[in-house]
Design a protein around this ligand. Structure first.
Ligand SMILES: [Zn+2]
Length: 401
């Protein structure tokens, strides 16, 4: 058993501990506490650091990492979506060397940034094998897209069959995701929901209420999404607009529940947030991506004010400058100065771990959990360590314990 000492221990479950100690046996936390001034017990000195659980990046797309710096910031979300659709068509080999090597680099970047668990959304399952070989834990969501589709049950059955061929690993699990209300037909949503319900407990994911064009399409049946879908040959002439917003739309079809990660929520009203909270759905916010794609800034203070569970994702390198969750947290802090730093840190750790089904091992420093801990250098004399951690931490300050 090893004993460690650090200037700060930030267990997430409970207050930060100044002059903390913790013990680790066989990779798991045994105990933790505050060191008394005359405590003679020897330990490994970690120095002027804050030790906290490895972070959770609850929403990313590792397979898009090769598009880093290739998609310009956009004034409108559909403008950004057009760029990415056309850019991806230039590389039809979904396992091309440039894609696979960018996935490897992205996994390494996640680790350098102190991330322990990811929620990765993929159209190809390409990242699965590399994640399984890495020390990152997480869920790979096979994302289903299909707005104009004849036999949704066949598409979902095929996807479930493919998931069944993946090698079993304890630390990387696979599930399904629905892309978004503007790209998934109602019957396909129902098939995905039914299929996920039959899997052993794994979460599901959907991009929801991300952009104004999505709201316009659902409420009126028109707007830029309709035009874009027609241009790419994906429009469904039989689709009728439900005449309600995205949250109400998915709730009416029974898609919102406590297994769901609803990603973005930029366009969610307070009533939408109350509905999400009632269903136990976790909202995943990715504010830097929202700024880049033209979706606009998410109402972070409303998210936290509503009491809904909030987790944090960087989104992909096609819309985010890096995969550093600490940088994402700093953006939340800038957008919502009134939200307690402790709540932001919980979103970046335990809330993501819980939503992804990894909270038995990750997300807090507690006896019995894995000792997947990061030590972040903090300046001597720091008094409010939580505020320091949400103000922006760069990878050079981070090391794994
Ligand atoms: Zn996404």
């Amino acid at each position: 058993m090893n004993r460690y000492h650090a200037t700060w221990l930030v267990p997430i479950e409970g207050e930060p501990i100044h002059n903390g100690w913790f013990t680790v046996d066989h990779g798991r936390i045994v105990a933790l506490g505050r060191r008394a001034a005359n405590d003679p017990a020897p330990g490994i000195e970690l120095g002027h650091v804050a030790v906290l659980p490895g972070l959770v990046n609850a929403h990313t797309h590792l397979e898009l990492s090769y598009l880093r710096d290739r998609i310009a910031p956009s004034e409108s979300f559909t403008g950004w979506a057009r760029q990415i659709i056309y850019e991806r068509r230039k590389q039809p080999n979904l396992r091309a060397p440039e894609i696979m090597s960018a996935i490897a680099a992205a996994i390494a970047e996640c680790l350098r940034c102190g991330t322990a668990v990811v929620g990765d959304v993929s159209n190809t399952l390409a990242p699965f094998a590399q994640l399984a070989e890495s020390v990152l834990a997480g869920v790979v969501f096979w994302e289903i897209i299909g707005f104009k589709i004849d036999r949704p049950e066949d598409l979902v059955a095929h996807a479930i069959g493919e998931l069944g061929t993946l090698p079993a690993t304890g630390h990387v699990r696979a599930s399904l995701a629905a892309h978004a209300p503007y790209s998934v037909a109602p019957l396909l949503f129902r098939e995905i929901k039914k299929a996920v319900a039959r899997l052993p407990f794994v979460p599901c994911s959907v991009h929801l209420a991300e952009n104004v064009e999505e709201v316009e399409l659902l409420e009126t049946g028109g707007g830029p999404w309709r035009a874009l879908m027609k241009d790419i040959g994906s429009w469904n002439h039989e689709w009728d607009a439900p005449g309600v917003g995205p949250v109400r739309y998915l709730d009416d079809m029974g898609f919102l529940d406590n297994r769901l990660l609803a990603v973005h929520g930029v366009q969610m009203s307070k009533a939408d947030l109350a509905r999400l909270k009632e269903r136990g759905t976790t909202l995943v916010t990715c504010p830097r991506s929202n700024g880049h794609t033209g979706a606009g800034l998410p109402p972070i203070a409303d998210f936290y004010g509503s009491g809904v569970r909030v987790a944090i994702g960087t989104d992909s390198l096609a819309s985010s400058p890096d995969l550093n969750v600490f940088a994402e947290v700093a953006t939340l802090r800038a957008l919502a100065p009134s939200v307690p730093a402790a709540s932001l840190l919980a979103s970046a750790t335990i809330e993501g771990a819980r939503a992804l089904g990894f909270d038995a091992d990750y997300g807090t420093i507690e006896p019995g959990k894995l000792a997947r801990l990061v030590a972040v250098e903090v300046p001597p004399g720091t008094t409010d360590v939580e505020e320091y951690l949400v103000s922006g931490v760069h990878p050079g300050q981070i090391r794994w314990v």
